[in-house]
Structure formats: C-alpha cells, structure tokens
Design a protein around this ligand. Structure first.
Ligand SMILES: Nc1ncnc2c1ncn2[C@@H]1O[C@H](COP(=O)(O)OP(=O)(O)O)[C@@H](O)[C@H]1O
Ligand SMILES: [Mg+2]
Length: 363
C-alpha cells in the first residue's frame, strides 16, 4: 500500500456520439486501484454509456482509456481484465447455477479441477452453495442476481462494473444486497464502478461519487463533500433524500429586509453572496437545515406529514414560493395538517446557484 499506487482506470477526453446524440461529452475521470466509485444522475444522462465505454462494449468517439497503466482504448472487452453485471441477470436458463458461474472459466479453457474449486469458492462468498445444482428459474430474483455477480467475479477481475444491478429487486433485498456489495468490495480488493439511480446506494457504498447530467460529469467527490458543497444545481438535485429545497429568488443588497436572497414571496433569506442586486438565483436549503422560527422568512401550510420515528418530514405548500418545501422535524413534534409553519435557514448551510447552475460562494 502506498508504494505501488496504480491509477487503475483512467479516462482522458473520452466522448461518445450516437449519430447526432452526444451521449457523453469529452470527459476525464481517474479511478484509483481498489476504489468503489458510484455513478449517479437522471435517466439518459450517460451513465451506462460511460460504463460500456470502460467495458469496451462501445468504441469512444474521442479520447483514450487505460486500465492498470495499459492503453485499452481499442482492446476487446475480454482483454481488459474486467467483468460487468447488468440490471437484467442474463443467466443461461438451461444451465445450472454451477454451470452458469463456471461459464466464463470454461470459455477461458481453465482446467476442470480449478473450475470446480473457483466455483465452490465464489458460491461460498455469495451464499449460493446450497443452490449450485438448481436452474435459474428455481431461484428468487435476489439469488439470480447473486449468480450473475458470482459469474462476473469468478475470473477475479481487476475491475468490476455494475450497471444498476439492484434495480429489479424489491426494497428489502436491495438493502441486503447493498450490504453484500460492501462486504464483497472489502473482500475482493477489486476496483468497483457502480451505476445506480439510487443516491442512498451511492452515498452508503461509494468512496467517491461521480454525478452526471446531460452527458457531462458535473462533479466527482466523496459522498459528504458532494452533500455539503454541491458545485451545481444538478448535483444538488442528485444527492440527498429528501431533495434539497430549491427556491427561485433574486439577489438583494441592502434595503428593506436586508441583504440576501429575496424570494418570490417578497421575503428575504439573509445570506452573504456575491452578485448584482436583482440578479436571478436559486436558493438551496436542505430539509434538515430549515429551523422552526416564528419570525423566519419561509412559511408554508402542512400538506403532508411523514413520521419516520426518530424524525419526520413536513411537506409545506406555499403558493407564493411556487413550490412545495420539505422540512425535517423531530419525530415527536406535534403537527396538524393545514397548520402554518415558519422557518429560517440555518446560516452557513445555505446554497446559492447562479443562472448558469453553478454554486456561488456563500457566507
Ligand atoms: N446505442 C445507442 N444508440 C443511440 N443512442 C443511444 C445509444 N445508447 C445510448 N444512447 C443515448 O445516449 C444517451 C445516454 O444513454 P445512457 O448512457 O443509456 O443513459 P443512462 O444510463 O444514464 O440512463 C441517451 O440519450 C440515449 O438515448
Ligand atoms: Mg443506464
């Protein structure tokens, strides 16, 4: 460790066009050896394209890709030392679990004794030992996905690519599989690149998150760094659940209500931000940074109240703001529907985005 630091997957100026559609604008990304990187972003933003380019399933329109120091831009998928797991399990229905897992080894003409041992080891790792002689149709969705993961890791890939592997599973299973991925990553020491539209998965599993939007990489960083300081509106929308409240306003310098962001209700949220008076901006406040305050500038009528136990979320309608706001409250807070609540924003935790979508420095 430390001595032999290989930047395992390096993407330099890689782009992909399909006809007139730019699925991926020229992008750079360096993923270190052994990292667990999650790629998130709305549907159609280019996540799968980026993964398929790394896998060699798509040819880049521009740029270079290297894995473990070797240029693989034009290498065949099988020569890249990686394996991929898809959302659909794509198992061979007529083969048993053992035969499905063994398949990539057979293709690689691995000696029989070695195949038997590796299949047994991987089945053990994924809790599939009891199912080795079954066929896929006799398995649950979660077990099938475990088989497809077993098949992907049986050749001990240096890089494991996963494209929304849990999307077809129900919630309980997703949570359990999430824990298995964390364990698997610790156990395999492989670089893992994990595409998901579930930001909770990304937040809990990844060392770093890549946020994509409209074919571009918006920001790359540790989960909490992205949570605390989203560089753009797209990142603010992609990270955090419930989402950050985003309110239209304009920059107010001195005058009635003081300096800050003047909302469409006419009230001003005090925040120090650079810009011209009257300039349109978006104010971002996470639900947990709305503090109940009877003199606060933000108000709304409770339309929906979600009690989760330790905490709750109030959804507040505010016609003047043009949007619903969500506030996090203590779990034991007494609330009646239709009640008006007032808040201020926790200073130091406010975000302001310019018209170009980029975050402004606030204070
Ligand atoms: N083979 C293809 N031919 C044409 N357009 C494609 C192809 N694959 C992806 N695209 C387009 O590229 C964009 C990004 O797609 P994709 O990478 O699948 O997004 P995501 O995985 O984030 O949902 C979309 O507009 C999609 O329609
Ligand atoms: Mg996709």
């Amino acid at each position: 460790m430390g001595v032999h630091q290989v930047a395992d997957v390096v993407i330099s100026d890689v782009s992909k066009r399909f006809g007139t559609v730019t699925a991926l604008a020229p992008s750079d990304l360096t993923i270190a050896d052994g990292e667990f990187v999650a790629i998130v972003g709305p549907s159609g933003c280019g996540k799968s394209t980026l993964l398929r380019l790394i896998a060699g399933l798509e040819e880049p329109s521009t740029g270079r890709i290297s894995i473990d120091g070797r240029d693989v831009t034009h290498a065949a998928p099988a020569d890249r030392g990686l394996a991929m797991v898809f959302q659909s399990y794509a198992l061979y229905p007529h083969l048993t679990v053992a035969e499905n897992i063994a398949f990539p080894l057979r293709v690689a003409r691995t000696p029989r004794a070695e195949v038997t041992k590796r299949v047994a080891d991987v089945a053990e790792t994924l809790g599939l030992t009891a199912f080795l002689s079954r066929r896929p149709k006799a398995l649950s969705g979660g077990q099938r996905q475990r088989v497809s993961i077993a098949r992907a890791i049986v050749r001990e890939p240096k890089v494991l690519l996963l494209d929304e592997p849990l999307s077809n599973l129900d919630v309980d299973l997703r949570v359990r599989m999430r824990h298995e991925f964390a364990r698997l990553h610790a156990q395999l020491a492989a670089t893992m690149i994990y595409v998901t539209h579930d930001q909770v998965e990304a937040m809990t599993l990844a060392n770093r998150i890549v946020v994509m939007n409209a074919g571009r990489i918006e920001q790359v960083g540790a989960p909490l760094a992205l949570y605390d300081t989203p560089a753009t509106l797209a990142v603010a929308r992609a990270i955090g659940s419930p989402r950050m409240n985003l309110l239209a306003g304009t920059i107010a310098t001195d005058g009635p209500g003081g300096a800050g962001v003047r909302l469409t209700t006419g009230e001003t949220v005090p925040v120090r931000v650079q810009g011209e008076a009257g300039e349109p901006v978006t104010l971002g406040i996470r639900p947990e940074h709305l503090v109940p305050d009877d003199d606060g500038p933000l108000a709304g009528k409770v339309e929906l109240f979600e009690r989760l136990g330790p905490l709750s979320f109030a959804h507040l309608g505010s016609p003047g703001l043009g949007t619903t706001i969500v506030a996090q409250l203590p779990g034991d807070r007494h609330i009646t529907l239709g009640q008006t609540l007032r808040f201020r924003g926790l200073s130091q935790r406010l975000h302001v985005f310019g018209e170009d979508g980029h975050a402004r420095v606030t204070g």
